[in-house]
Design a protein around this ligand. Structure first.
Ligand code: ZN
Length: 313
């Protein structure tokens, strides 16, 4: 509510009937009378979710039901109609609120509904929340459970840590579980070698697992490909076709990970293991640090070094 009050205060001048009209010399050489109106709003998904009064995890462009968000849409869903939401919100009856809820919209006033902008066109998402910290991080979580189940996680980690530095890409220093908080930059680097590492870790499967491993590699490859195409600055029919094929490939093979959706227990185990690994590494670093300190005291007496040791206990 505070957010909406602040926005209403800032955008108030754009809601006035007598708001200023200005004339602009356009690229085609004509002068046009212009009226200021928001056309884009730079924000990440969580902010757009709040700005649009929608529930978490739903699309801010279309009315795709939450339960169908993980499916490849056969046909486009209707675009969000914020004019309709405004009417329902103002009505504030049980039926109107139920209808709003069916569109995953909260009953609450929204300043964008009072402006003459197309509210559903305001979001201009970047890849950070949608792909890097969205789909790719999700894939890593599923892969780790899959690899543990098939006892290939250690091999995967060893190969992951042996990836060489290349150009501006540094050598990975931590395994998947050791990274407590994945950032966009780390996902970006990881996406360059993930499929190759997975391919090597799943080499020589038994006959019964050949298809499963192949499907896991196909699924990961398709999603990484989709991500790479989505990084292009511009698109044409061909690149859009390639994106579409990659997305189709991902949906065709994603069932291989369905049973490996990380449960609460697995997530807790992962956290505990991460803590264990971090403590182990910190202890190692501390020991090395202390060894160095003792070495630097070589010129001092044994009693002095012993005194230093005691101060650490
Ligand atoms: Zn959508």
């Amino acid at each position: 509510m505070i957010l909406q009050h602040v926005l209403r205060h800032i955008l108030g001048p754009l809601m006035r009937a007598d708001r200023p009209v200005f004339f602009a010399w356009c690229a085609d050489g004509h002068f046009r009378g212009c009226v200021a109106s928001p056309a884009a709003w730079i924000a990440d998904y969580p902010e757009h979710r709040d700005l649009h009064n929608i529930k978490n995890g739903v699309c801010y462009w279309c009315e795709c039901p939450k339960a169908e968000m993980d499916q490849l849409p056969g046909r486009p869903y209707p675009m969000r109609d914020h004019g309709k939401y405004r009417v329902l919100s103002v009505a504030n009856t049980a039926t109107a609120n139920a209808r709003l809820a069916s569109f995953d919209v909260h009953q609450c006033s929204n300043v964008f509904w009072d402006l003459d902008c197309v509210a559903s066109d305001l979001p201009k998402p970047d890849l950070l929340h949608t792909m890097q910290l969205g789909m790719l991080k999700h894939l890593l979580g599923r892969l780790s459970v899959f690899l543990k189940q098939h006892k290939h996680f250690e091999a995967f980690n060893n190969i992951w840590l042996s990836v060489h530095a290349n150009l501006e890409m540094a050598q990975p220093r931590r395994t998947y579980e050791e990274v407590s908080s994945w950032q966009g930059k780390e996902i970006k680097i990881m996406s360059r070698f993930l499929v190759a590492v997975l391919h090597c870790a799943l080499r020589d499967p038994s006959a019964s697992l050949q298809d499963v491993f192949k499907q896991a590699i196909e699924c990961s490859r398709a999603l990484v490909e989709f991500y790479f195409y989505s990084e292009y600055d511009s698109h044409d029919e061909q690149t859009l076709g390639l994106m579409s094929t990659a997305l189709q490939g991902f949906h065709n093979s994603k069932d291989v990970f369905r049973q490996f959706r990380a449960s609460k227990r697995v997530t807790e185990e992962g956290k505990a293991r991460r803590k264990e690994l971090t403590t182990e590494r910190d202890d190692e670093e501390l020991t090395t640090e202390r060894d160095d300190e003792l070495k630097s005291m070589k010129s001092k007496t044994a009693a002095h070094r012993e005194c230093q040791r005691k101060s650490w206990n």
